[in-house]
Design a protein around this ligand. Structure first.
Ligand code: KG4
Ligand code: ZN
Length: 340
């Protein structure tokens, strides 16, 4: 007997991207993302502007996702949405919308943890993407998060370490600000890093015990370094930008790889999956490929569109929870500091 298809609408609104996706079982039919250009003027996400933009975007984005998927909303099996962690005003838009739609259509509502979703994005069925076997280690690296998580099954996850201050993407963006680069600066630093000398300048790595991270000291070290050098040569940054970017990237990748190596040593797990916007970084991708050769790791990097914030990753968690009949009550609340 042919199994009935399950159609999940996923909604993501935790930060500055409004996204909706439709999944048929574990395959993506559509994944629409409206990013919010408004924040570039401010050099970072402005929460109040983000939530207003979500309000404007949510209806057209959901509409587009359904239209592109070629289904009608009456075919939906459930609505999954990001409950947290994230910006409260932004989460509220997705949460309220998801509740109303699920209620109106009389279908189940499924709340999703954004950090779990970054990890479970690896289970979207994609040609040429192998799914990590359990148990595996996941490193989530983005503008808002830096975590190493031990994943025992789809829903049993343990955070082994996380940042105690800035996220790794923030380290990129804040260093970029010091260098006069636009926001977000990660992609530009990455591009220039490939043209520069990674050992031109040395920045000390933070000393943080165990598997936790710290990036705020690095940002301050870069600020003082630039201020000092510019005093001696006002054109220092322009003349050495590629080398500075390469040195920053070398330091950051070193910090991430040191912690991953420690996590592998502590757990004995050599399957490593990454997620989050910083997984686009050429330095981390290369370091992980090298680690396959050097240390016998197997590494998993999702397709780019599923690394940054997107609703496809919310929908896949929705699908996996649907299979378990794990539904939410309609009084579920958006939770800004939701833990894994
Ligand atoms: O996952 P994401 O789109 O949003 C969240 O923060 O949740 O990640 C955005 C972050 C920004 O900090 C951006 O600078 C960084 O990812 N990023 C990169 C690269 N592409 C994006 N950082 C380093 N290298 C890149 N190629
Ligand atoms: Zn995220």
């Amino acid at each position: 007997m042919k199994k009935e298809n399950i159609y999940i609408l996923g909604i993501e609104s935790s930060c500055d991207d409004t996204s909706a996706a439709i999944l048929c079982n574990d395959q993506i039919l559509s994944n629409i993302v409206a990013d919010q250009k408004i924040h570039t003027e401010y050099g970072g996400v402005v929460p109040e502007l983000a939530s207003r933009a979500h309000q404007q975007n949510i209806v057209p984005v959901v509409h587009q996702a359904i239209e592109k998927a070629g289904i009608s909303k009456e075919q939906l099996s459930a609505v999954a949405f990001t409950r947290g962690p994230g910006l409260m005003g932004s989460l509220l838009v997705g949460t309220s919308f998801a509740k109303s739609l699920a209620y109106g259509l009389d279908i189940p509502l499924i709340d999703v943890n954004h950090m779990q979703a970054h990890i479970l994005a690896h289970f979207i069925d994609e040609k040429d993407h192998k799914k990590p076997p359990f148990p595996f280690l996941a490193m989530t690296i983005s503008g808002g998060h830096t975590q190493i998580v031990k994943v025992t099954n789809h829903f049993k996850m343990e955070v082994l370490g996380e940042t105690i201050d800035d996220a790794v993407g923030e380290a990129y963006d804040k260093s970029g600000k010091v260098l006069g680069l636009g926001y977000p600066a990660g992609p530009e630093i990455d591009r220039r890093a490939q043209l520069g000398d990674p050992k031109a300048y040395q920045f000390t790595k933070p000393k943080v015990d165990g598997l936790n991270f710290s990036f705020s000291g690095l940002k301050t070290a870069i600020l003082y370094f630039v201020q000092r050098e510019v005093k001696a040569n006002p054109n220092f940054v322009e003349e050495n930008l590629n080398d500075i970017c390469a040195s920053i990237q070398y330091t950051i990748i070193g910090i991430l790889m040191d912690k991953l190596k420690l996590a592998v040593k502590q757990t004995g797990i050599k399957h490593i999956a990454i997620g989050g916007g910083v997984s686009a970084n050429s330095g981390i991708r290369k370091a992980l490929k090298d680690a396959e050769q050097k240390f016998g790791w197997t590494t998993y990097i999702p397709k780019f569109e599923y690394t940054t914030d997107n609703a496809a990753m919310i929908a896949i968690v929705g699908y996996l929870k649907y299979l378990e009949n794990d539904f939410s009550d309609f009084d579920v609340m958006a939770t800004a500091r939701l833990k894994i």
